[in-house]
Design a binder for this molecule. Structure first.
Ligand SMILES: Cc1ncc(COP(=O)(O)O)c(C=O)c1O
Length: 420
């Protein structure tokens, strides 16, 4: 009988052998080199659709924009594009990727604390949808470029809201963050934009965390935003038409395990923001959509015991599975040989931080065994390094059950050439 893996509907054990969709995982690696990543576009599309539908239950007007930084592979961008969503970029490189994937410029949101004049010029001349402004000098530069381009540039201001101290402590982006501007100073930005004929201050932007799994702080954030927006309209005659809540949610599989629902988040927004039906609520999810849409297959290279502890070393390391505080890599055997003593998993790098998961595994494993690593899609390929090793190949397993190479592994000889 199939044994499904909770929250990962594309994985199952049949007679103790792991299948990815309908493919025997062992068979996938038979004639291929490990480590490798596998992209599951159906999971990615499911996450996009689920995100949108769940929020639309309580919000009539939403705009979802995939954060490229989470994973910029061309196939990922093209697959997202089939759903007519927007795209959030932070650099000229990311703008060019969005352009190449065919996103219309009106659906591009440009973020970042230190956008260059070249990047702003490029974005404005192309007709970028929105620029999230981070500093007053940036705003002035946008106004100047928009004037020469004879455009009225829609902008949103990235503010840091007021939170209670204990809320602030739980957030990633706090008062000491380099990102955004405090809400009081933000008012000056709004007034400058209001008084400039080449700027249209359409909205307010906030992004305060990553891997968020709780509804706790949203009422506080949203009621603050509601008051801020009402004051802007009453006191400064600035009508806010958009609220951009950024990204920052944990992945779909993580949230499926928690007391968190997007539907409830939509309800919180609808209840706190007056006149929500006349406003566009923007989201910029990255991790939520992509983290569980990639897995990796890796081989055990070696095992050893030291200080009474067992270690197994995989051929994928922290150069590909970036050890972020918020990553959720989880290892499972592709051939389930039963339980064993706990074993730590390390990568092949000669670095102490190269540990795949802080959760030791307790299944039987030995050299040459293959493991699957879950939750590999967010901030891995986009941040990966050629640190000691070539970066792995990436395959796509589509709904027709075809496994296609979408990005070859780095070429070792070329890496040597490039170093000289
Ligand atoms: C402004 C902004 N939007 C969206 C994102 C995407 O965040 P996540 O992948 O956590 O959803 C980030 C990430 O840093 C961000 O800074």
């Amino acid at each position: 009988m199939d044994q499904l893996i909770e929250n990962y509907p594309y994985l199952s054990y049949r007679n103790k052998k792991l299948y990815i969709r309908e493919q025997l995982a062992e068979a996938i690696v038979k004639d291929k080199t490990t480590p490798m990543f596998i992209f599951l576009p159906t999971r990615f599309l499911n996450n996009i659709d689920f995100f949108e539908k769940a929020l639309q239950k309580n919000l009539p007007n939403i705009f979802m924009s995939y954060a490229i930084k989470a994973n910029y592979l061309g196939r990922v961008l093209s697959i997202a594009k089939t759903r007519d969503i927007g795209i959030e970029v932070m650099s000229l490189f990311e703008m060019k990727l969005a352009e190449r994937a065919g996103y219309s410029w009106g659906k591009v949101i440009f973020n970042g604390p230190a956008k260059t004049a070249e990047e702003l010029q490029y974005a404005i001349s192309k007709g970028v949808g929105y620029i999230n402004v981070d500093s007053l000098d940036e705003l002035k530069l946008i106004a100047k470029i928009a004037e020469t381009e004879q455009k009225i540039q829609p902008i949103t201001i990235r503010i840091h809201p007021q939170f209670k101290d204990e809320t602030e402590k739980r957030l990633l982006i706090r008062k000491n963050s380099k990102l955004g501007v405090d809400f009081t100073r933000g008012l000056k930005f709004f007034r400058f934009a209001r008084d400039n004929q080449n700027l249209d201050p359409v909205g307010v932007h906030v992004h305060v965390g990553t891997n968020l799994t709780s509804h706790d702080f949203y009422d506080e954030l949203l009621s603050f935003l509601n008051k801020y927006i009402i004051d802007l309209e009453k006191k400064d005659n600035i009508v806010i038409k958009q609220i951009n809540l950024g990204g920052g949610l944990a992945s779909k599989s993580t949230l499926d395990n928690k007391e968190f629902s997007l539907e409830k988040l939509g309800k919180q927004i609808a209840m706190n923001i007056e006149g929500v039906k006349d406003k566009l609520i923007i989201f910029e999810p990255g991790r939520y959509l992509i983290e569980d849409s990639f897995v990796a297959l890796t081989k055990i290279l070696r095992t050893k015991k030291t200080w009474g502890r067992k270690w197994a070393f995989t051929d994928i390391g922290a150069n590909s599975l970036i050890p972020m505080r918020y990553s959720h890599y989880k290892a499972l055997p592709v051939n389930d040989k039963g339980k064993d003593q706990y074993c730590n998993l390390g990568g092949p790098l000669c670095l102490p931080v190269d540990v795949i998961s802080n959760e030791a595994v307790n299944f039987k494993l030995e050299e040459e065994d293959i493991l699957i690593i879950l939750n590999c899609g967010a901030y891995t390929l986009s941040m990966s390094e050629q640190f000691g090793y070539p970066r792995p190949a990436v395959y796509e397993l589509n709904k027709e059950e075809e496994l296609k190479l979408i990005k070859p592994a780095d070429n070792l000889e070329k890496m040597v050439e490039e170093a000289f």
